[in-house]
Design a protein around this ligand. Sequence first.
Ligand SMILES: [Zn+2]
Length: 253
Amino acid sequence: MASGTNSTYAKLLSTQQQLDQCVPTQQHSTDGNHTRLNKYMNSFSAVQNNATPFPLVKFVAKSLLPTDFGDFNLFVYQDREGKEQLAIVRGNVAGKTSVLTRLHSECMTGDVFKSQRCDCGDQLQNALRKVEEEKSGVILYLRQEGRGIGLTNKIKAYELQEQGYNTVQANLMLGLPVDARDYSIGLAILQDLGVQSIRLLTNNPAKLEAFSNSLVKVVERVPLQIRPNEHNVAYLTTKRDVTGHYLNHLQNV
Ligand SMILES: [Zn+2]
């Protein structure tokens, strides 16, 4: 686990950090910094073309995380863009099969402020409760706010939704994808944790699809159904009707 500290990727990151501090704001093609940058980029390409898999994430920190739901371990990983990606882990999951797992994409408004415009906050809390009940499991907290379009664009989309457009229409009107999320980082973290197979907490068929070519197999889908409120019922029915989420409990809505 977390064997990446001496990896080529780790060394490149270190080089990148050094370069970040010295790359000039104005490009001078003959100066030393530029030469060093080229050298770095060449070595980066060499690693990418190498047959050895180039890790998507690097383990960087771990600590205990006592919460209202139970006591977890928090693992911090760094992705290739330098973003911190989190794994909230209960119990020893290395080498285990059928590990209860949630891939949760960051939603600041829902997770932190308990916004009722979506079901993210409730889903995160329910996942933490279920993992605690089993005394084993993983919640991956993936830094892809607003289904990957970012907070600002999400808020712009909310404004359009206030004019009567649904979540899909609003994204398209802004020239953005309906769903820009990428689960490959989550899969890489599960592999690093040594998880063999999972029971995936989700209503989203795209998340199941993401595991189709993964070394980590999904042995079961576990529904994560949230009771709708007056603010998120349209959001949830759009998920059911347009993006194909498994939300049969909304059948009378
Ligand atoms: Zn949300």
